[in-house]
Design a protein around this ligand. Structure first.
Ligand code: TXA
Ligand code: MG
Length: 294
């Protein structure tokens, strides 16, 4: 999609809603987001209530240019700039120390803030037109698969939001990679399209995985997630499939899960072939949908 197409796009309805503190639905390259002004505490509160989101799960700040990160953190390490220059705009959220201006409801009381600069031309033009960072969780009811089309977002949030922008199907289809820079070693909190190997190559140091015990570093990862209504069964051997099945890709998984629910399927069988198994981010979401991790 050409960004120029959106330069003269009329965002006035969206901007009016944001200025009133009304959350809006908008597309990003990963999944649709439910956006609100980061510095408007009431608007941020509404995001939690619209989604039914636990208040101990922090939100990601969406910014329009790298320098906007300085309004959120006084402590941006060199690695932050290295990652931002290599991967932004794009599907990477970077956790750094927050400053005192970031409302604690945004960070769910943590001293840190996750920041990302989305690459979707509508998301970029919207944030630029609004002129302030937006917080934006995925635009689904908490626990459901993230929406990768506007129809999927409205399936969950119709009647709860006044403005929604359609950008067609999302390119990436699963949420951004989340990396934290506040620990001794950079730590991968959520796998995504930007892989651990890509991050290691750019940073030149090994990336740690969150410890399996001790305090939860990424609160969002502890809830049942990405889950359709029907139980999900992951199948690794083709001869063990019992009925109709899904072969997922990162881009298609969530819409396939939602479709299976709409069809009233009682069991969703997913065939994880070698290609699926070699995609760490996709396997992470599959295991969560099946309730096997998280
Ligand atoms: O791709 C995406 O990031 C999408 C689109 C809309 O941009 N947004 C998204 O937001 O996935 P959400 O709220 O559904 O997921 C945010 C994840 C959660 O797992 C949360 O725990 C983690 O990021 N997170 C946010 N702030 C954090 C922080 N300060 N420290 C650790 N983890 C954090
Ligand atoms: Mg989410």
């Amino acid at each position: 999609m050409d960004r120029k197409v959106y330069e003269n796009f009329d965002f006035s309805l969206a901007i009016d809603a944001l200025e009133k503190g009304d959350p809006i639905i908008f597309p990003t390259e990963t999944v649709y987001g439910l956006g609100a002004p980061l510095f408007n505490i009431d608007a941020v509160r509404r995001i939690f209530s619209i989604k039914g989101r636990p208040t101990d799960n922090p939100l990601i700040a969406h910014i329009g240019k790298i320098s906007d990160a300085k309004s959120l953190s006084d402590d941006l390490p060199t690695a932050f700039y290295t990652l931002a220059e290599a991967f932004w705009p794009g599907p990477l959220a970077i956790v750094v120390k927050k400053n005192e201006k970031v409302p604690s409801i945004v960070s769910a009381g943590h001293p840190t803030i996750a920041i990302r600069m989305p690459s979707h031309p509508i998301a970029r033009a919207l944030i630029e037109a609004f002129g302030q960072p937006l917080v934006a969780p995925s635009a689904n009811l908490s626990g459901k698969p993230s929406p990768t089309t506007l129809a999927d977002a409205l399936e969950d949030l119709n009647g709860k939001v006044n403005v929604a922008i359609d950008g067609g199907p999302c390119d990436v289809g699963i949420e951004s990679t989340v990396i934290s820079l506040v620990h001794e070693a950079p730590t991968l909190l959520r796998p995504g399209k930007i892989t651990k190997e890509m991050l290691e190559e750019v940073l030149g140091v090994p990336i740690a995985l969150p410890p399996s015990s001790g305090p939860v570093l990424s609160p969002g990862m502890k809830y049942r997630h990405y889950a359709p209504i029907a139980p999900v069964r992951l199948v690794y051997k083709i001869e063990e499939l019992q009925g109709p099945f899904i072969i997922p890709t990162a881009k298609s998984l969530y819409s396939q899960l939602r479709h299976a629910d709409r069809m009233g399927m009682e069991l969703i069988e997913i065939y994880c072939d070698i290609t699926v198994q070699s995609d760490a981010a996709l396997m992470n979401r599959l295991l969560r949908s099946a309730g096997q991790i998280g």
